[in-house]
Design a protein around this ligand. Structure first.
Ligand code: ZN
Length: 224
């Protein structure tokens, strides 16, 4: 679960990381876009370019245009998430809903076994089973309950970690939402990858999108 929270895997390497290093991709070949600086008399322009020799339609974008587009899309995404994350609880996360069903399943099984154990005690009382049989079956049922509780515990633990993680993510959205400038730290924290088709067609894959997808689609009108 720790790897859910973003780390800059490029920042530790000896090479300098530019703003989009490792995050910008060519929509044509899927390869990375690279930082290229073109110097001319009046200054320099920075571009992000596909350098794949086999790519027949290399994508290429001016950094300023890429920054503006990514920042706008990211801010709108953050606002949506912050709006919808106010009442965010674990139950809104698909995996947690599934976990609740699994936990309920465990509880039902444990209840069934306890019912069987109660019947078993009645059977020893009326002499249907011997003391040895009772001991054997009772300890068999007990071991089953122990195993079920252990499985239940591991799911609850996972669920708790996920809730902590969501709180952490929401805190990060609040922290970065109003920042005026797009920084590498923000990109690393929230973005998986940016696929560049053209300056007007940029597709951003957000981290944690699954956590908030349900809420984000909540505002849409579906049906007749
Ligand atoms: Zn390419």
């Amino acid at each position: 679960m720790a790897d859910l929270l973003g780390k800059d895997s490029y920042s530790n390497s000896k090479n300098q990381s530019y703003l989009f290093t490792g995050f910008a991709f060519c929509a044509n070949c899927g390869g990375l876009l690279y930082h290229r600086e073109c110097k001319h008399k009046s200054g320099s322009n920075v571009y992000w370019q596909c350098i794949n020799r086999n790519c027949r339609d290399k994508r290429n974008i001016n950094e300023r245009e890429l920054v503006t587009a990514v920042h706008e899309i990211l801010k709108s995404h953050m606002r949506t998430v912050l709006r919808s994350s106010k009442p965010l609880t674990a139950d809104m996360v698909t995996e947690n809903i599934e976990n609740d069903i699994v936990i309920k399943g465990f509880n039902d099984k444990i209840k069934q076994i306890n019912d069987t154990k109660a019947k078993l005690s009645a059977q020893i009382d009326n002499g249907t089973v011997t003391a040895i049989e009772y001991e054997e079956m009772n300890s068999f049922y007990d071991s089953k309950i122990v195993a079920l509780n252990a499985q239940k515990e591991s799911i609850l633990c996972k669920k708790k970690k996920m809730i902590n993680c969501i709180d952490e993510i929401s805190a990060r959205f609040e922290k970065y939402c109003e920042l005026p400038e797009l920084t590498r730290e923000i990109i690393v924290t929230f973005i998986d990858k940016v696929v560049v088709e053209s300056k007007s067609s940029i597709n951003i894959f957000f981290r944690y999108a699954d956590f908030f997808a349900q809420e984000e689609s909540g505002g849409e009108n579906s049906g007749s």
